[in-house]
Design a binder for this molecule. Sequence first.
Ligand SMILES: [Zn+2]
Ligand SMILES: [Zn+2]
Length: 268
Amino acid sequence: MPADTPEPPAKDLRTLIPEYAGLARETTLLNPEPGDPGVRESSLGGRLLWPADEPWPYCAQEDHWTYGPDLRNHTEIVPGAVPMVPILQLFARDVPGLEFPEGKDLLQLVWCALIHEQDPGPVMPKLYWRNEAEVVAGGLPAEVPVAGEGEYDEDNMPQPSTLSPVTAEDWPSRQDLPEDMRETWEPRFRLPTGHTMWPPDSNVIATKVGGWPAWTQPADWPDCEGGHRMEHLLTVTGDIQLGDCGGVYFFHCRECPGLPWDWRFDCH
Ligand SMILES: [Zn+2]
Ligand SMILES: [Zn+2]
C-alpha cells in the first residue's frame, strides 16, 4: 500500500464528526421475543385489543398471490378480500417516548400479508389510535377472521412476540444526511482512488418507535397534503423476514388535524 494512502476511517461517524452526533434522537427499540403475548399486552404479531363493534379490516386488492411451500412457485389465491394480519400493538405505558393523540393510549398496526402483483412488499397497512378503556368497556370480539390455511405469505407475518422496549440514541442513516453536511464531510473520507470510504453510521436497524428510519434504499420521506414533511413514527424491520423488503416505515404529521400518516417500504 503506498505510503500516502490514508487509513480507512475505523471510528464511527459520531466520533469523527461532531455535527453528526448533534442529530441524535431518542428511539424506543421494541426488542421482540417470540412468545405468547396477551391481548392487553404490547406485541408484534400478537392478538389485538379490537373493539367488538368494529369490523376487522380486509384487503380488497384483486391480485393476491402467495408462495408455495418450496418458495419457488407463485400460487394465486382465490380472488376476494382477505383479512389483514396484526403486526404491532403498543400501549402508551410501554412506550413513554411515543406521544399519543389526546385521549388515546393504544396504537395498532395491521397489514395485508399476501403478495400483490404490483408490489413486492406487504401493503395496505392501517394504523389505529385507540383508548384502551373504551375498547375494553365496549367488549371484545370472540375471534378475529384469518385467511385460509397456508394462504398468508409467512414472510410478511411476524411470529407472535412480546416486546421489551428500551430507549436508545439513534442517528440518521447515511441516506438521511443533509446534502451540505455530506459535501463537507465527504472529502475527509475520500481515498486517492476517488472512492469514498465512509465509516460505519450509527443508525439503529431494528423495529423501533421514533428516532430515524432505518432505510435500506435512498431516503423517501413523505409530505402530508398540507406540505409538511412528516415525522418518522416507527420502523418495522429486521425482526421479521418481509420477503425482499428491507423495512416498512411509518410517518405522520402532528401539525395537521386528524394526524395524517403515510408509509414507505424499501427492498434490499
Ligand atoms: Zn392484500
Ligand atoms: Zn401536515
